[in-house]
Design a protein around this ligand. Structure first.
Ligand code: BES
Ligand code: ZN
Ligand code: ZN
Length: 458
């Protein structure tokens, strides 16, 4: 009986802080007071208690403990997991921002990846509280789910062709134009480095380009690392390092999700999305350590490690996007293990050549509980990229500051005057928590969209 999941007849949510519990209880009959005591409910954060109805008192309430903090996204995300299945209304009069957070938490916290397995019983859902922009919440949940579905889908079903198709899907849904440059055409059209990395893959490498959005207005460019599987190449990863590498297109997935939000919310910007979609494979066609690659800008790159492939495919595509001189150029990439060593799985590292844009992104991330952390483009480490035989090498031999040197590498392909942000993200949740199943996580989607909405929205 004390398991709140054992029934689905409870419907209305009440949020309680420990300090308010005693006062609150005085409004209830003694059997409820006893029930609360017997179940040890003290309104600690995340605790859930279904209150039993009696013939004299039918309220259909479920109480949720707030602990010492306000109702926030982290708590809201966990509710679909913690509550008994059913449809809920919220009894408390919430501020519009809290109501929106609650609705968004339910929507995102209810995500499950069901492509290959029947999902368990339906979870709890929320009737939209008044004052909430339901369309906005729905758009965000859809975009978040889109990114997570792409990331969760294994490379067997999400190779370069399928990933490029997800970019084309933007044009089918929202108008605009999509173009995919495939295989040897990459060489003729100025993407030689993408071709070199991806030519060993089972599917031909490609670059997907979407242009759409408003007919005029500022141009926003998004570039996402789309390595559908990263074996490491000839510098093969050990099995432990390869296990999760279906998610190495997480940057592309996040870029596509942000694009989906921009387009569905009709943000008054022109949009350019560029995704290099490749597999970093092993085989006779694989690029090799020691190879010297041509890139779009003419800079040559000595391959010192075939596992540092993300920066190579981003070199061509960043240079391409910068040719359109967007007002801001944002790249998103599962670029380095070093960023995870420094900041762990939850905090994408942010780099940029324009402090105002970096600051605005960090603020936006904090505001929407999609946190990011600023890292330096430290010029003192530039010499780590020096090569004896080419303009630069793709991986430094010292191994120091791996996330910074990767970002410095990218910066060589972005003109100095081009405002640019780079997010080195994990795209994965490694720890099972209520509302956060182990699997894809769309780091940066809400932060970047908030940034763009603040800058360009009404
Ligand atoms: N896709 C990886 C980075 C990565 C690894 C992200 C693990 C998240 C979790 C990237 O292509 C890579 O392998 N980078 C190497 C670079 C090194 C060889 C200079 C890395 O970080 O070890
Ligand atoms: Zn790699
Ligand atoms: Zn990679």
């Amino acid at each position: 009986m004390s398991d709140p999941r054992s029934t689905s007849s409870y419907r209305s949510l009440r949020f309680l802080a420990p300090a308010d519990l005693a006062g609150h209880l005085t409004q209830y009959p003694t059997h409820v007071q006893d029930w609360v005591a017997r179940n040890g409910f003290t309104a600690e954060r995340g605790a859930v208690l279904a209150i039993p109805d009696t013939p004299e008192c039918v309220r259909g309430e479920v109480w949720v403990g707030l602990g010492t903090r306000a109702l926030d996204l982290a708590l809201s995300l966990g509710l679909p997991d913690r509550l008994p299945p059913g449809t809920y209304t919220c009894r408390d009069a919430l501020e519009p921002s809290s109501a929106t957070t609650l609705a968004l938490g339910f929507a995102i916290g209810g995500y499950r990846f069901g492509r290959y397995k029947a999902l368990a019983a339906p979870m709890a859902s929320l009737e939209l509280p008044s004052g909430v922009d339901g369309e906005g919440v729905h758009r965000m949940a859809r975009a978040d789910g889109l990114a997570r579905d792409l990331i969760n889908t294994p490379a067997q079903d999400l190779g370069p062709a399928a990933l490029a198709d997800a970019v084309c899907e933007l044009a089918r849904r929202h108008g605009g134009t999509a173009e995919v440059i495939v295989g040897d055409a990459l060489i003729a059209q100025g993407f030689p480095a993408v071709h070199a990395v991806g030519r060993s893959g089972a599917e031909a490498p490609r670059v997907a380009i979407y242009r759409g959005g408003a007919t005029d207005g500022p141009l926003v460019a998004l570039v996402g690392k789309g390595v559908c599987f990263d074996t490491g190449g000839l510098d093969l990863k050990p099995s432990s390092g390869m296990a999760l590498m279906k998610k190495d297109m997480g940057g592309a997935a996040v870029a596509i999700a942000i694009a989906e939000l921009i387009l569905s919310a009709h943000l008054p910007v022109r949009l350019l999305v560029v995704v290099p979609a490749v597999e970093n494979g092993v085989g006779p066609l694989a690029y090799r350590p020691g190879d010297v690659l041509a890139t779009r800008t003419g800079a040559t790159v000595e391959v010192t490690n075939t596992d540092a492939e993300g920066r190579i495919v981003l070199a061509d595509t960043l240079a391409y996007a910068a040719e359109s001189a967007p007002e801001v150029l944002i790249d998103l990439a599962t670029l380095t293990g070093a960023a995870r060593v420094a900041l762990g799985p939850e905090l994408p590292a942010v780099y940029g050549n324009d402090p105002a844009w970096v600051h605005a992104l960090l603020e936006s991330g904090t505001a929407v509980t999609d946190p990011l952390w600023s890292m330096p483009l430290w010029e003192g480490y530039e010499d780590e990229l020096a090569s004896r035989v080419a303009d630069l090498q793709n991986a430094s031999s010292s191994g120091f500051a791996g996330s910074i040197t990767a970002a410095l590498f990218l910066s060589r392909f972005v003109p100095r005057e081009q405002p640019w942000l780079h997010l080195d993200l994990y795209a994965w949740n490694p720890k099972e928590r209520p509302g956060k199943p182990v699997g894809a996580w769309a780091h940066g989607v809400r932060a970047v969209f908030e940034l763009l909405q603040r800058r360009y929205g009404g």
